[in-house]
Design a protein around this ligand. Structure first.
Ligand code: GLN
Length: 547
C-alpha cells in the first residue's frame, strides 16, 4: 500500500444535507493552499451504478468528468474549489462495488469461496479508496461518505474505513460532521444529537478525531468543552461551522477555526505556514461588493430543485464576480412560457439561459423562450437541449420548417433538425451510453466563439444522445446561422451563433462543468458582460423615450 498518502474520511451524522461536500472541499482547499496535493472522492451508498439514470428531482444534477463519468454533484464542488479535474475513480457507489464483485464471481475469481459483504465487498471498497493514493500522486485523499451514519446502506462503507485505520496505521483520520440545533423556545444550542451520533459511530468501531459542528450561532468555549468531553475528542478538535452567506466563504471560516492546522498536526502533514488564497479572496471581495445587479432567466423543467442546475448557477456566480455584478437568477419553469407570460417574465431580463434536459415535457416553453430572446435581441445562451431548442426555433420561425423538431420528441417529424447520432441507434441500455466526457472542438476564426475563447481548439464536456442534423446545414447558413464550433473528427456541429444578434450562442456541450472559482468560464463571463450591456442599453433607450 502507498507509502506517502494520508487518508481523511468525512462522515455525517444527525441529518442529511449538512454540507459534507462543502466541508470536504473547503478542507481540501486549505490543504492545497498550503502546498499539499489533494484529491477528493465521494462514496455513495445507493445501488444505482452511477447517478446518470437518476431523475434530477431525486438527486440534483449529474456532474460529468473529462473522462466521461456521470457522477454526484459534489464532484462539481470539488473541481470548482480545487481547480483540478476528477475522474471515474472519484465517485464510487454501492452499485458499482457490487457490479464489480458480481462480475468477478461470475468469472470464477473467488475460487469457490462464499462471497460475502465482509471481506469481499469491504475489500472492493478499500481497493477503490486506495486506488486514488497509488503512485503517491497525492499527499492527501479526502473521502466523503454519502448518507448519514446509522443508515443501513452505508454500513459496508463505514466498516471499510474502520478497517483501513488498521491497514494504514498513522495515515487515517476521521472527521465527523454533525448538527448543533438551536432551540428557540429555550434559547439554547443542544449537543445531545451530536453525542448520539458519535455514539452510533463508536458502535461501529470508529472514534472520530475531529468534529465539525454545523450551527446557526457561535459555540462558546463551555459548549465546546462539553462536546469534547462527551464525544471523546480534544477541545481543539471541536470545529465550529457556522452558517455562511456563501459556500465560498467556508474555507476561510474553516481556516479561522484552524481545521487544517489540527488535520496537519494529527496526520504529521508538512503544510506550509502561509496560504496561497489571493485569487480566492479577490473573488470573495467581488462577490460581496458587487457594483451592479444582473437579472438572468434560467428556463428549465426541474427548477423546483435548484440543485438540478447547480453547475450553471455556480458558473453564473463566478462570471458575475468577474464582472463585478451580482447575478440574480430567476428560476422559471418552462411550462410557464406561454402567451402573455413570456413577455411579462422575460422582458425584465438582461439575459436568458435555456437549460439542458431530456424528454418532451414542457419543451415548447423552452422554444418560446428562445424565440423571445432572438426576436428581442436579449443575450441568449442555450446549453445542450437549450441549443437544440434554439435550432428548432430557428428552423420553424426563420427558415419556415413549421414542423421542425428533435427526433427525441417527435420521431415522425418531417424536419428532423436534431436527430440521434448513428452510433446511438444500436444501443439498448440507458446507463452510461450517451456521448459523454470531453471532446475537442474546433473554433471558427472570426466568430463570436473565437473572440470569447481566444483559441482555435477547445475541449468541453458532453452528455447527450442527439445532435444537429447536418442535412440541414445549408438552410441554416443561408438564413444567417454560423456553426462556429465543430467536432472535426466526427463532423458534428457543436455550437451555433447568430451574428445578427448582440449575443446568441447555443452549445451542444456543457460549459458549466468547467467553470472554477479561480478560473471562471469565458463563455459565462462573456454572456454576463453582454447581459450588462443589454441592461445599459435598455436604460438608455428608456431615458430617450422619457427625457
Ligand atoms: N436530451 C438531449 C439529448 O440527449 C439533450 C441532453 C442534455 O441537455 N444534456 O441529446
Amino acid at each position: 500500500m502507498s507509502s506517502k498518502t494520508k487518508y481523511i474520511f468525512v462522515t455525517g451524522g444527525v441529518t442529511s444535507s449538512l454540507g459534507k461536500g462543502i466541508i470536504s472541499a473547503s478542507l481540501a482547499k486549505l490543504l492545497q493552499a498550503r502546498g499539499l496535493s489533494v484529491t477528493i472522492q465521494k462514496l455513495d451508498p445507493y445501488i444505482n451504478v452511477d447517478p446518470g439514470t437518476l431523475n434530477p428531482y431525486e438527486h440534483g444534477e449529474c456532474y460529468v468528468t473529462d473522462d466521461g463519468a456521470e457522477t454526484d454533484l459534489d464532484l462539481g464542488h470539488y473541481e470548482r474549489f480545487l481547480n483540478v479535474n476528477t475522474s471515474q475513480d472519484n465517485n464510487v457507489t454501492t452499485g458499482k462495488i457490487y457490479q464489480s464483485v458480481i462480475n468477478r464471481e461470475r468469472r470464477g475469481d473467488y475460487l469457490g469461496k462464499t462471497v460475502q459483504v465482509i471481506p469481499h465487498i469491504t475489500n472492493e471498497i478499500k481497493d477503490h479508496i486506495i486506488q486514488l493514493g497509488k503512485d503517491d500522486s497525492y499527499d492527501v485523499v479526502i473521502t466523503e461518505i454519502g448518507g448519514t451514519v446509522g443508515d443501513i446502506e452505508s454500513l459496508p462503507f463505514i466498516e471499510s474505513i474502520r478497517q483501513l485505520k488498521w491497514d494504514l496505521p498513522g495515515k487515517v483520520l476521521f472527521v465527523h460532521l454533525t448538527l448543533i440545533p438551536y432551540l428557540s423556545t429555550s434559547g439554547e444550542l443542544k449537543t445531545k444529537p451530536t453525542q448520539h451520533s458519535v455514539k452510533t459511530l463508536l458502535e461501529y468501531g470508529i472514534q472520530p478525531d475531529i468534529l465539525v459542528c454545523r450551527t446557526e450561532y457561535h459555540l462558546d468555549s463551555d459548549l465546546r468543552k462539553k462536546i469534547a468531553l462527551f464525544c471523546n475528542v480534544e477541545q481543539k478538535c471541536v470545529i465550529e461551522s457556522i452558517d455562511a452567506k456563501t459556500i465560498y466563504e467556508v474555507p476561510l471560516l474553516m481556516k479561522e477555526e484552524k481545521l487544517d492546522e489540527v488535520v496537519c498536526e494529527k496526520l504529521s502533514l508538512l503544510g506550509k505556514n502561509h496560504y496561497e488564497l489571493k485569487k480566492w479572496e479577490k473573488f470573495l471581495n467581488h462577490l460581496s461588493e458587487p457594483e451592479r445587479i444582473t437579472e438572468i432567466a434560467l428556463i428549465g423543467k426541474y427548477v423546483e430543485l435548484k440543485d438540478s442546475y447547480i453547475s450553471i448557477a455556480e458558473s453564473l456566480i463566478h462570471a458575475g464576480a468577474e464582472n463585478k455584478t451580482r447575478v440574480n437568477i430567476h428560476w422559471i419553469h418552462s411550462s410557464e412560457m406561454e402567451g402573455e407570460n413570456i413577455k411579462n417574465q422575460l422582458s425584465k431580463m438582461d439575459g436568458i439561459i435555456v437549460a439542458p434536459g431530456f424528454g418532451s415535457r414542457a419543451v415548447e416553453g423552452k422554444i418560446s423562450a428562445v424565440k423571445f430572446a432572438r426576436e428581442n435581441q436579449v443575450p441568449f445562451l442555450g446549453i445542450c437541449l437549450g441549443m437544440q431548442c434554439a435550432v428548432i426555433e430557428f428552423a420553424r420561425n426563420v427558415i419556415g420548417f413549421k414542423e421542425a423538431h428533435s427526433t427525441e420528441i417527435n420521431s415522425d417529424t418531417s424536419y428532423p433538425v436534431i436527430s440521434m447520432m448513428e452510433e446511438q441507434k444500436e444501443l439498448k441500455n440507458l446507463g452510461g451510453t450517451m456521448r459523454l466526457g470531453a471532446y475537442d472542438c474546433h473554433v471558427e476564426k472570426d466568430s463570436l466563439l473565437h473572440k470569447i475563447y481566444e483559441n482555435d481548439v477547445i475541449s468541453e464536456r458532453h452528455r447527450h444522445r442527439y445532435e444537429f442534423n447536418n442535412k440541414y446545414m445549408k438552410d441554416f447558413e443561408e438564413n444567417g446561422v454560423v456553426f462556429s464550433g465543430k467536432n472535426k473528427a466526427n463532423n458534428l456541429m457543436e455550437t451555433i451563433e447568430i451574428p445578427d444578434h448582440p449575443w446568441f450562442i447555443g452549445v451542444q456541450y456543457h460549459p458549466e462543468y468547467k467553470s472554477r472559482v479561480v478560473n471562471p468560464h469565458p463563455l459565462f463571463i462573456s454572456f454576463i458582460k453582454a447581459a450588462l450591456t443589454h441592461q445599459t442599453n435598455a436604460v438608455d433607450s428608456l431615458s430617450t423615450v422619457n427625457p
